[in-house]
Design a protein around this ligand. Sequence first.
Ligand code: ATP
Ligand code: MG
Length: 450
Amino acid sequence: MLSRLSIRTRLTLVYTTLLFAALMAFASGAIALSRHRLTVRLEAALDRKIQGLEDFLRRETRPERAFNIPNEVIEYAFTQPEGHFMHVTDADGNIVLRADRIPEPALTREKQFELYGRTYLVRASGSMQPVEEFTRELKLLLLWSTPFLLLLIGGSAYWVTRQALAPVDRMTQAANSISVHNLEHRLPIPKARDELRRLALAWNETLSRLDESVTRMRRFTADAAHELRTPLTAMRTTAELALRRPRSSQEYKQALAQVVTISERMTRLADDLMTLARADEAQALASFETIDLVRTIRSVLADMEPLFAARQQHVCTNFPAQPAFFKGIPADIRRMIAAIVENATKYTPCGGAIRIALAASSDGYALEVTDSGPGIPEEALDRIFDRFYRVDPSRDRQTGGHGLGLAIAREIAAAHSGSIDARPASHGGACLRVSLSHDNKKKDQRAKTS
Ligand code: ATP
Ligand code: MG
């Protein structure tokens, strides 16, 4: 029931209930204590009164005038301004002084003392009415002030909680208005440097990350759609042209071969897109294994041998003598090396040279692929790792690239706690450098999630 109420109401109820309990405890304590103190004071006054009588008699009488004691008792009684309320009897039970009637409730104290061989019993009474009256007034005061205090403090608690939680309302309103279409909006940041401010900042950071990935996804989808449209149009045009009039089987064969070539390109594009989508998902990647980088590079080069031969390119390698063990995803590492070496051969003119070097670095390995091609313009050195970016889009028609190879290579390097960058080679070509780190942070995370 309580959990259905708003935080504001709940806090106010809790404060008010606690305050009520505290007030009740304080009131009961205050009443009991005052009653006790007043009673003790009355008892002391009565004891003093009895002691006063005894002292008076000892002072004012002599043994030979002991018969005058009753008169002295009466004289003492008359000195009491508000009435003596004392009852004095001797050992034989004779009443020496009779007490006035005292209104109930009353408190009585008594004492026996001996004087000149005779024993006297003195009883002094005092009215408890002032005590009762004081207690009643205190109770009334507390009874009337409690609802007022509860109202005042409960109301203040409600107001303070409302003020403190006002940023939450504003944040809720802002959060409700944010959707995938306006992810650039942010939650208002409360001025006070408190938990709510930290919450709003954390949410805004999350929104920034979401905004970034949605923007990336949108751009990627738009680019992918754009890239797919060109081969699809080419395929449709080829088929339509072939069907426009009856043709010889040779012409049909040619048209179909063209369609096959185009669909192969599309398959490759689809594969690349899948790889990137998988890299974005991260968890879907295969598990890490220890591989020998030297063997992996040699195997990639062996597969590309026909390409080098066709373009009469000279390939030289520089590898460590020992195996270069590294923890990675074998297929992805292969793919990354192949993307870089493929670029080197694709963009280097026939008869050019390619140099592939692997060396141990302080925290892993450094792989460098240098070519004698035209190199990469300085302003494009960073951008070539963007998805679908090509320095010269027209060159794509001859080379058949989609601008995805290096984007994939960068994702793979990052997934291996590594990095990749491009720089001009000393003799004018391009130099692509991959740094692979043994740092296991990302690999461990991946191992946990997979
Ligand atoms: P894909 O690899 O998807 O088939 P691509 O080779 O065009 O297509 P990337 O490998 O990502 O795409 O390379 C991006 C661009 O960087 C290339 O289009 C090219 O312009 C430039 N580039 C990459 N490597 C080299 C290189 N070794 N020499 C000159 N330019 C290069
Ligand atoms: Mg490429």
